[in-house]
Design a protein around this ligand. Structure first.
Ligand code: HSE
Length: 428
């Protein structure tokens, strides 16, 4: 007769409550699939008395997550509190040291401390699973580390922050300003307590860091990621991009280049009719390319109680079944230190600028681009207000370095009235 798998859950927010509900509602299903009862023995959260809409009376309570993580009647420590350091990290370390497996939704902790935690887990013969940390309910960690294990992965990209995608979608569909769309998302409870995590691209950057480690066999390197948020995307950019057949997305891309690993999370233009271009609202999408499989596209809810709890429970079921994999798809000590390559591969760029409406202004800009070796693909000038003329330029493929030279040269002219916005165009 098999013994039950006993969970200790730290954090009773959206994810934790979702896990409690699934364990209760699907007890028979989980047993049928894993061959074991899956039970919750103990819980911990900041506020014991809060009404969570679900009775917690059957579970032992711990104020201290470390005490929970090290209890004798806990086999798997489910860390769904969040936070890069502090209680999340300390309790995870304590759980591993006490011989527990860990399931977490904590992308920030793993993006920063994942290598050390993976080494600790593997030295102790324990596993850390984190499907809920990346793209909510989409089983992308599993796809990448298991289903695609026979491929050399060539590129991973995606939209992995639902809040940003919601804001950008609302700007385009409802003509809202960035501030109006942000306020709407905030009112719906989408935005993290620290909004910079979402709109600054940090949350999505953490997620891409984890996918990149698995895809390319490198130590998670969040500091090596080029990061830019959506705060500077204006309704003018959204409209201009749409006018030229593109949509603006906070897009993450990780790929090997001749000089090293390129990792970036930044607003990009993608063709409006592409799968990424058609992604609306809070939905996430991850595109994975491998030498054998070619391309797969995964799409689904990136946040919320059900989707994140679904991902946590997938990990719990694997542990119950005895499936034990290294944290980042290969033993932690075999992961290479990534050589950082800053956006090496040439790409077309979108430029929007306000030019002073005087003779030769456009010619000066065209000359600067030409001098930097940048060829113009398309150009549009919109109605001007008598003083300034909004101009859009789409370049042919160019390096970021050449573009930066050209942008710096533009700043020194007397024809630009607002600094140009430059966004990469990513063709899929
Ligand atoms: N705040 C995230 C998002 C979900 O908007 O996608 C948690 O990572």
């Amino acid at each position: 007769m098999t013994t039950p798998l006993r969970l200790g859950i730290a954090g009773l927010g959206t994810v934790g409550i979702g896990v409690v509900k699934i364990v209760r509602q699907h007890a028979a299903l989980l047993k049928a699939r894993t061959g074991r009862d899956i039970v919750i023995t103990a819980i911990s959260a900041r506020n014991r008395d809060k009404d969570r809409g679900v009775s917690m009376s059957g579970y032992a309570w711990e104020d201290d997550p470390v005490a929970l993580a090290t209890r004798d009647d806990v086999d798997v420590y489910v860390e769904v509190m969040g936070g890069t350091d502090g209680p999340a990290k300390v309790s995870t370390q304590a759980a591993l040291a006490a011989g527990k497996d860990v399931v977490t939704a904590n992308k920030a902790m793993l993006a920063i401390h994942g290598q050390a935690l993976a080494e600790q887990a593997e030295a102790a013969g324990r596993v850390i699973r984190y499907e809920a940390a990346v793209a909510g309910g989409i089983p992308v960690i599993k796809a990448l580390s298991e289903g695609l294990a026979g491929n050399e992965i060539t590129r991973v990209m995606g939209v992995m922050n639902g809040t940003c995608n919601y804001i950008l979608t609302r700007m385009e569909k409802a003509g809202l300003s960035y501030q109006e769309a942000f306020a709407e998302a905030d009112g719906l409870g989408y935005v993290e307590a620290d909004p910079t995590l979402d709109v600054g691209g940090i949350d999505a950057g953490h997620k891409l860091t984890l996918l990149s480690a698995i895809a390319f066999g490198t130590k998670p390197d969040f500091d090596g990621m080029e990061l830019e948020g959506i705060e500077r995307v204006s309704i003018d950019d959204i409209r201009a991009a749409a006018d030229m057949g593109y949509r603006i997305k906070l897009l993450g891309v990780a790929q090997r280049t001749g000089r090293g690993l390129e990792q970036r999370m930044q607003p990009c233009l993608v063709p409006a009719n592409s799968p990424l271009g058609q992604l609306e609202g809070g939905t996430n999408m991850v595109v994975i390319e491998g030498d054998a499989v070619e391309q797969i596209v995964l799409r689904g809810p990136g946040a919320g109680e059900g989707p994140t709890a679904s991902a946590v429970m997938g990990d719990v079921c694997d542990i119950a079944r005895g499936l034990r994999l290294p944290t980042f798809g290969q033993p932690a000590h075999t992961l290479e230190t990534a050589t950082r390559a800053r956006s090496q591969l040439p790409a077309p760029f979108y430029l929007r600028m306000e030019l002073m409406d005087k003779p030769g202004a456009l010619a000066k800009i065209a000359t600067i681009l030409g001098n930097s070796g940048i060829s113009i693909d398309r150009m549009r000038q919109y109605d001007h207000d008598g003083t300034n003329a909004p101009v859009l330029i789409v370049t042919h493929k160019t390096s970021r370095a050449a573009l930066d030279d050209a942008l710096a040269a533009m700043e020194t002219t007397d024809v630009i009235s607002t600094a140009p916005v430059a966004l990469r165009i990513e063709h899929l």
